[in-house]
Every structure is written in structure tokens, then in C-alpha cells.
Design a protein around this ligand. Sequence first.
Ligand code: HEM
Length: 368
Amino acid sequence: MSKYPPIYYSDYLQLDSLLSSQKPKSDEYGHKAHDEMLFIIVHQAYELWFKQILHEIDSINQMFTDDTVDEKSIGIAASRLGRITEIQKLLIEQLRVLETMTPLDFLEFRDFLIPASGFQSFQFRLIENKLGLSDDKRIQYNNVDYLKTLEEPHRKLIMDTVNKPSLIELVTRWLERTPFLNSENFNFWNSYKEAVEKMMENDRKIILENKTLTEKKREFQLKNIELTKENFDALFDEQKHNGLVKEGKRHLSNKAMLAAIFINLYRDEPILHLPYMFLNLLVEMDEQFTEWRYRHALMVQRMIGTKIGTGGSSGHQYLMSTVDKHRVFTDLFNLSTYLIPRSELPKLPEELLNELGFNFTGGAGHLK
Ligand code: HEM
């Protein structure tokens, strides 16, 4: 016998209130539209999953708020990010269920919804803000501030996020604190710079010595190397990098970028593997949101063509512009620009390699 009182399935899940929360407007106005039930349930399912995603993001942000984040927390945070990405796959797939409703069927009840729109999903805005989509990076349609479309309690919830550090800010601070980059006999910055210069010099030599290239092709390839060099220059020059951050072209600080590059380059070292997985999952999550935005925009075009949305935006056109502009972790995507082949990596000093490894020597006999 459990020491807790018995509970009935339906009460535990509050099914009475959950299942009586579908009230089609078409029924209320006496113009029954069969598909409005699907429309409501799909949206409600999304909002429930948004709630779960927020639950995970809040816990991750909390872990990263402290001045030190222990290894255990990074493992837990990575598992929770993994959970979010699994939910996102469902969210993308779920659009197919809604697409069984045809545009003509949607027209049966669309006018009853004006001016309500997913644009007013305060949970979606909370997710965006808590991840780090700042107001200055948002696309505004018709000069409408998204906050103005929300009712006061929801606006207040969103305003609260503005005063708290977002995940990208917390991750930046955590990366900036990465140890190992500088020790008595190792300076990652200098060694990496040298390795990059050597790699580009080598590439330049290969192009110049390649006799099969036409002059035009050679010029093109040398120009490409110059472009790569410009990218590296912007990374090596802190002032240049800060300028790009100010212009909104970079999100992570110079110090954080360097740490992220170090983690990516030396990811095979045991201590760095978990941080690498964590950074990779941030990229995965950002990619899935981008994919959802794109799929939603396509569905909207199929459903309403080029009509304006019920919320009053340019509809498909507005949504397509958010696909690229509302991404948060683009700097982590772009890290690959700065990766160099394993064979060219600066060799780490022995003491550092020891610190990065798991050096278990005592305890349970079978692990010795
Ligand atoms: C028939 C199906 C749908 C249509 C035609 C549609 C249409 C639109 C349109 C036109 C917008 C732009 C704002 C506006 O002018 O209203 C929008 C925004 C939005 N919709 Fe949908 N939508 C549909 C289904 C969904 C579903 C199932 C969700 C899930 C929650 C959703 C979530 C959102 C969100 C979060 C936004 C804001 C996007 C942003 O501002 O970046 N929509 N929708």
C-alpha cells in the first residue's frame, strides 16, 4: 500500500478542464466548420510542448547563472537540450497533421479568428527571449512592436525576461571562463594563430605550384584564401570583432569565440567532450527552430497564399524573413570557418594533456 492517497487518472491529468478547452468559434456563430477542432487541438498541443521546452530552458539557464558550472550540470544541461531537440522534431512533423486541412476548409472559419494569431503566442516569445533573441534583432512588421499585440499579464511575463540573462549570454560568460587556454608554457591564441598562418601559407603554395590551373582559376582560388584570411583577421583582432558584435553580426565575445574554437578543436580530450556536445546541441536546437520557422512559413503560403495574416503581417513574406534573421547561435554554426585539420593542430604540453584526461588511479580495483 502506498503511503500517499489514491488518485484517479483523470483528476491527476485534470482532463475535465483540458478536454473542455476546445470551443470552436464556428459552433458559437452557428456556422459549423468541421476542421476548426483540429486547428484548435494542434495549436494547444504546440503550446503544451512550448511549456515543456520552457521548463527545460529555465532549468538550464538556472544552472548557468552561477559563477562556476560543474561538469555534472553540463551533462544534465546537454541531456535536457537533447530532450528539447526531440520535442522539436515532433513540432515540425506535427505541421503535417494540420496540413490535412485544406485551404478551402480553413476559409470556413478563418475570419472568426481575426485578429488572433500565433504572433501572439507569448510562450513562443518567451522561448525566443530566453534563448537570446534580443529586441534590436527582431524583424518588425508594419512597425508593430510584438509586445503591443499582447495582453498585460503576458506582456509582463515577457518584460521579466528582458532583465534576466538569456542562454546565449550565460553561455558566453561560461565560455569566457574556460581554463586551459593560457598557462606558463602554453598560449592557445599564439599557437593557433601560427598554425593558421602556416596552413594558409601551405594552401597558397599548393595553388601557386599547381600547373594544371588556368590563370583565371588560380586568381579565383588565391582570392578565396584572401577571404578566409579576412575572416581570421576579424577573429584575431579583438577590436574588429567587437565592432562586428556592435553591428549585430556576431553574438559571442572574442574571448568566448576563442574558447569555443579550443573546445571544438580539442573535443577528443575527455574533459572537453561534454562541453563540445553541449555546444553542438545548442546548434542543433537553433537549427530545429529555424527548420520549424521555414516549414511553418511554407505551410502558411500553401494555406493563405500571399494574403496578409490574421495578425495583420505580410504573412508568408514576414515569416520567411524571420527564418534567417531570428537565429540565435549563428556564431557556433560559423565556428567551422575557423577549424583546422587535426594534423595541423598545435601540440598541447604534457601537463595540459594530463589535466584534460581522466586520470583515475585509485578506488575500485577493476578500474585500476
Ligand atoms: C492554418 C494554419 C496556420 C496559418 C495560416 C498561420 C499563419 C500565420 C501567419 C500569417 C503568421 C504571421 C503573423 C500574422 O500576420 O498573423 C503566423 C505567425 C505565427 N504562427 Fe502561425 N499559422 C498557422 C498555424 C500555426 C500553428 C499550428 C502554430 C503553432 C503554435 C503557429 C504559430 C505561430 C507563431 C509562433 C507565429 C509567430 C512567428 C514569428 O513572429 O516569428 N501557427 N502564423
